[in-house]
Design a binder for this molecule. Structure first.
Ligand SMILES: [Ca+2]
Ligand SMILES: [Ca+2]
Length: 394
């Protein structure tokens, strides 16, 4: 399963951890472009009557989040800043600047934030970043009352995971329907899952973890992994057998879990399970890459295969999205929206537990697609590492 040279040039540009036998060159693909994708505020209508409305230009945006009960949008910039969009305008001063403690080589950086579901209580949020030593950190911050700043010195470390390579750093924090914090971690990196973390129940890498991030009983958080794995896995492990679940999501209507797991050289994959079925689920890596057998020393019996895969002719690193529940996006309603870092065409399908149906192009393009995001009302955003962030509108 050696990497084919084909596609390596593209892979070098990939944030989200596509194939390759080595870490991506530092800074490649990291320089924001003022050209690509950042043109008109509204692009032409897609074939499904969906359009992109630009909400601003940023420095390598990788996520958007909105606190419950508030109107502001917070955009995560990979070098280590958070910016706020208020009343339709991007404020000049960053809300947070931790670029001095964030490493942003390869696929590293400040990769996402998540606001506490009980945000009104203490205005807490959580951030996931690669620290200057290359390790992965989940930390807690408090947003100021006016929503315009975060005191970086008030950072509280929730969870730290040692990491050995600059790729496959996970990066997504998401509060689930159960109001617990889900953490997508990469397998650590390099290639081929050298530490076999994906199938190792004791490793926190190559997983989706679940915790209650609040301080309790003198501990920085409370592990809330899958009950079915109790005694067999680290207490934080919710799902396992993942390579780099860069972006995953819960359907806000059904609570189904969808994961965009970035493949190595052969297959990008999307996993989809009904509400609660992700608990204890094994998604196969690195016994399998997508539907292909991969590391022969790994078994992954009973693992859940992907509902959709595609090869390197269609992209290089899947960017998992959302089951669209914005009623204004009627043509996409109930469909799973996704894309790829190397292919600007957004796509969608009708999700199903055995397979995706009716997969096809949406008719709009976002170059260097780093992420999707969903606000508290279910409106959908797409971020381009080149700079622009868009809302999908009718
Ligand atoms: Ca890594
Ligand atoms: Ca898999």
């Amino acid at each position: 399963m050696l990497a084919a040279p084909v596609g390596m040039a593209l892979c070098a540009l990939v944030l989200a951890g596509c194939g390759g036998d080595d870490e991506e060159p530092a800074g490649s693909g990291a320089a924001p472009s003022t050209e690509a994708g950042s043109g008109s505020a509204r692009t032409g209508p897609g074939q499904n009557g969906v359009t992109l409305e630009k909400i601003g230009d940023f420095d390598q945006p990788v996520f958007v989040a909105q606190p419950p009960g508030r109107e502001e949008l917070y955009v995560v910039e990979r070098p280590g800043r958070i910016r706020v969009v208020r009343d339709g305008a991007v404020e000049d001063a960053p809300v947070l600047d931790i670029s001095d403690r964030v490493s942003d080589e390869g696929e590293q950086g400040l990769l996402s934030i998540a606001f506490d579901p009980d945000f009104a209580d203490a205005r807490l949020l959580y951030a996931y970043y690669t620290d200057s030593a290359g390790d992965q950190r989940v930390v807690e911050y408090q947003l100021s009352k006016d929503g315009g700043s975060i005191d970086a010195s008030g950072e509280r470390e929730v969870l730290k995971m040692d990491d050995f390579a600059s790729n496959h750093n996970g990066g997504l924090l998401l509060f689930g329907p159960d109001e617990l914090l889900y953490i997508g971690t990469g397998d650590g990196g390099i290639a081929d899952d050298p530490e076999r973390n994906g199938q190792d129940p004791q490793s926190l890498l190559g997983k989706i973890l679940r915790i209650d991030p609040g301080q309790a009983g003198g501990r920085p958080y409370t592990p809330r992994g899958a009950p079915s794995l109790t005694g067999r896995a680290a207490p934080e492990v919710y799902s396992y057998g993942l390579r780099n679940p860069w972006r995953f999501s819960f359907d806000r209507d059904t609570a189904a879990l969808a994961i965009g797991d970035v493949g190595q050289n052969s297959l990008e994959e999307i996993d989809y399970v009904a509400a609660g079925e992700g608990a204890g689920a094994n998604f196969g890596w690195s016994a399998f890459e997508g539907t292909d057998r991969f590391n022969s020393d790994q078994r992954a019996e009973g693992h859940i295969p992907p509902v959709l895969t595609y090869g390197p002719d269609e992209g290089c690193a899947v960017t998992g999205g959302y089951v669209v529940r914005d009623p204004e996006l009627s043509s996409l309603y109930g469909r799973y929206l996704y894309g790829d870092f190397c292919n600007p065409e957004l796509r969608s399908f009708v999700p199903g537990e055995r397979r995706a149906r009716d997969d096809g192009e949406v008719g709009i393009e976002v170059p260097s697609l780093s992420s999707f995001a969903e606000d508290t009302r279910g409106r959908i955003y797409a971020t381009s590492l080149d700079g622009p962030v868009f809302r999908l509108v009718p």
